[in-house]
Ligand binder design. Structure first.
Ligand SMILES: [Zn+2]
Length: 192
């Protein structure tokens, strides 16, 4: 398939994927002490993963309060805090360390990491971060060799970010869907 056509196909898949979640998301509730940020409740200690498998393409969307990953959410006050944000961005970009797939192999095709205060976007739109809480987002697209064989995803985020106590997962796997809560003691997402 020509490259251009493939990219367009991916784009339309990704759009379908987002629509799927918009109709499916249970986020339309608010609980005390939490802060809704479009992707769900902002609760320190808790992060979320949305996972969609569509043919051989696996989409993973990660959202977390910045607090879980760097320990603060305000604008960086010094060089150390600025570099902490950069380090998190690099770590999230190392998708092959963060997710392990068994028994099939999935290769990262694309990732898009959004960390507050260091993006170019922020230089141009500093006002967009003027609230008390900020999130960190990461989107990944993997290409799996034999997606139908995928049984488990080991999520290593707890190892790299001890501030994450739980990850709430929503997944759609062909015509099945489910939810799970992962913890450091139970970091494996099983599809069977
Ligand atoms: Zn917060």
């Amino acid at each position: 398939m020509p490259q251009k056509k493939r990219i367009m196909l991916r784009k339309s898949l990704a759009t379908g994927w987002l629509l799927l979640f918009m109709s499916y998301s249970p986020d339309n509730h608010s609980s005390e002490g939490s802060f809704s940020h479009g992707h769900g409740a902002h609760v320190h200690g808790s992060a979320s993963l949305r996972i969609v498998l569509d043919n051989n393409l696996l989409f993973i969307e990660f959202d977390s309060p910045a607090f879980n990953l760097v320990g603060f959410e305000h604008e960086p006050a010094n060089e150390a805090q600025k570099s902490a944000l950069l380090t998190v961005k690099q770590a999230l970009d190392s998708a092959e360390l963060l997710f392990r797939f068994t028994p099939t192999r999935c290769r990262r095709e694309k990732s898009d990491i959004e960390v507050p205060y260091i993006a170019e976007h922020y230089e141009n739109h500093p006002r967009s971060y003027q609230h008390d809480h900020v999130d960190i987002h990461a989107n990944y697209v993997f290409q799996c060799a034999r997606a139908e064989k995928l049984k488990t995803i080991s999520v290593n985020l707890f190892t790299y970010f001890p501030g994450i106590q739980e990850i709430r997962v929503q997944w759609i796997f062909e015509n099945r869907q489910g939810v799970a809560i992962l913890t450091a003691d139970n970091p494996g997402l099983k599809f069977d």
